[in-house]
Design a protein around this ligand. Structure first.
Ligand SMILES: [Zn+2]
Length: 136
């Protein structure tokens, strides 16, 4: 998914749009940022693996809304705890707390992040569910 921001070209200062996006590709979570100025043809590109920089992530959440990943019926608490610790860089108590929470929600973030975690959990034999976060 992508989001766009209207800004200005760093080269010629004319208005230019920056496109940011996130993808779950080849088993990895990726992000990118790309600006092309139509006035002076300047291009800037950035990308990376893992969670995107905070400002990119908040744009994606603003434009698409948040999503929840829940795990109502955990098959292996030990495996899921280990996976969440590694992927989300959590302490063991925090990871264990997530799978023991009463609402079964283990993650809240962008749709692509939820799909990435879902893929990792499916590979462990778990059956996670993604739902759109209802804003109240
Ligand atoms: Zn320019």
């Amino acid at each position: 998914m992508t989001a766009s921001i209207d800004g200005f070209c760093s080269g010629c200062s004319k208005p230019a749009t920056t496109v940011v996006g996130q993808a779950y590709f080849h088993d990895e979570l990726r992000w990118y940022e790309s600006m092309h100025c139509k006035a002076c043809d300047a291009r800037t590109e950035a990308d990376g693996i893992g969670f995107p920089p905070a400002e990119i992530r908040s744009l994606l959440l603003q434009q698409e809304g948040g999503f929840l990943l829940s795990l109502p019926d955990v098959q292996s608490a030990a495996k899921v705890t280990k996976l969440l610790r590694v992927l989300l860089q959590l302490e063991i108590q925090a990871a264990f707390g997530l799978i023991r929470s009463t609402d079964a929600v283990v993650y809240c973030g962008t749709r692509v992040e939820c799909e990435w975690l879902k893929g990792k959990l499916n590979a462990l034999g778990e059956a996670p569910v993604i739902t759109s976060k209802i804003l109240v």
